[in-house]
Design a protein around this ligand. Sequence first.
Ligand code: ARG
Length: 462
Amino acid sequence: MTLWGELHAEPPDEHFVAFSSSFACDRRLLPFDLVGSRAWAFALARIGLLSKGDLQQIVRGLRAIGLRARKEPGWLDQHPAEDVHSFVEARLHELIGDAAWRLHTGRSRNDQVTLDVRLYVRDAVRQLMRAQADYAFELIRFAERHNEVVLPGYTHLRRAQPILLPHFALAYVEMALRDLERLAQARDRADVLPLGSGALAGTAYPVDRDRLAKSLGFAEVTDNSLDAVSDRDFIVDVLSACALGGIHLSRLCEDLILYCSEEFGFFAMGDDVSTGSSLMPQKRNPDACELVRGKSGRLVGNLDALLVLLKGLPLAYNRDLQEDKERLFDSVDTALGSLKVMRTVVGGLKVDAAKCRAAAAGGFSNATDLADYLVRKGVPFRLAHRHVSKVVRECIARGCTLETLPLARYQAICDQFGPDLPEHLTLDAVLSARTVRGGTAPLSVNVALKRAHKRVLKALAS
Ligand code: ARG
C-alpha cells in the first residue's frame, strides 16, 4: 500500500518510484526521526489520542528500530522505502501492528521532515563548532611555538612590511572565530520546533506544542505553520557558514602552498599530509591543502544549489525541498573533513625561521618606517614618502639596501636624515613600532594570543 492510500487508480511508475526515493540519503535522519516520533507519541497520549498501551508499544518499537539499525546497518538496504519516515512507519507496523498507524495522527511528513532536519542540524553544528575550535586552537599553538619568527607580510603578493608569524596565524584565528559565531547563529536558527504544523495549516488536535518543544530541547516554537513546513532558511544559514568557513580554509591553504614551495621555503608540510609523485621521485606535493582548497568550491556550490532550489517556490511544502538534504549532508561532511585535515596540516608545519627572517628583511620592507622616521622629524608624510621613494630608487640603482646606503646619499635627498637612522630600520624596530591594538608588535601579539585563546573557549561555550 502506498502512503497516500487508494485514491490513485494506477500504481506509481517503477522508474518514478526509484527516482523519487530519498531513502539512500535521508536514512541519516533515522535517529532524529525516532526521537521526534517518540516525542510526538507522548504528545498524542497526553491529549488522549493514544492509549497507554499503544504508547508503550510505539515507544518500544521505535527503540527496537534504532537498536537494530545501529547493530545491523545492512538492514536498511533490505527494505526499499520512499524515505526515512515511511521506512520507520513500515518497520513499526511490522513490529507492533496497527498501533503503529496511530502515530501519524495529526502529523504530516512535511512537519516531520523539517523537525528531523532541525534536530540533525543542532547535532551537526555542535560537531562543526568543536572541529572549528580544535582547528583554531591548533593555529594558536602554532603561533605560540613560533612566537619570535618574523615573516614578510604581503600585499598584492609583494613584500610589504614584516610581521610576526603569530600575527599571521592569528589572522586565520579571527576568521575561525567569526565562523564559530556564524555556526552558533545557524544552530540557534535551527532551534525552533516546527512539529504541530501538520501538512501546512497546523494540526487539528490540541497538542501542547510548548511542552513538545521542551521535551525535544527546542528553545522556541514556530509561529506560522505555512512558513514552518517550507522554511529552509536555517539550512541556508548552515551552508552559508560552511561555505565561508571553507573559503577561509582555502585562503590558508593557498598561503601554505606558497610558503611551502621551494621558491618561498618558509614552511614545510608534514609527511603525513604530503604526497609524492608516481613519476617524479623528488616531489612532495601539498595535496591536503589542494583538496581542502578544491572542496571549498563544493561548499559554495551547495549553498548556491539550495538558494536556487528555494527561489520562486510557492508556499508551502513542495517536493523540490527533498533536494535540500544532499546539499546539507555534503556540506557538513565536507566542512568537518576539511577542518580536521587542516588541524593536522597546521599541527605538522615546520618552520625555517632563518629563511622567513631573511625574506622579511628583504624587499625594502622597512621603507614605510623610513618615512615614519622623517615624519617624527617634522616632515609631512606625503613629502617623506616621496623622499623615501627616491632613496629606494637609488638603492635599486646601486644594488644596495636601505641599511647599506651611505648617509651622505640620504642627506642629499633630505637633510632631516641623521646618523640615528640605522636603529629605526632593523626588523625588530619595525615590528616593535606597531604596538597599537591589533598590530604586529610582540607586545600586542602576545596580548592578542591570550585573548584569542579565551575567545575560542567562549565561542565554544556559547
Ligand atoms: N521525503 C520528503 C522530503 O524529504 C518528505 C516527504 C514529504 N512528501 C510529500 N509528498 N509531502 O522532503
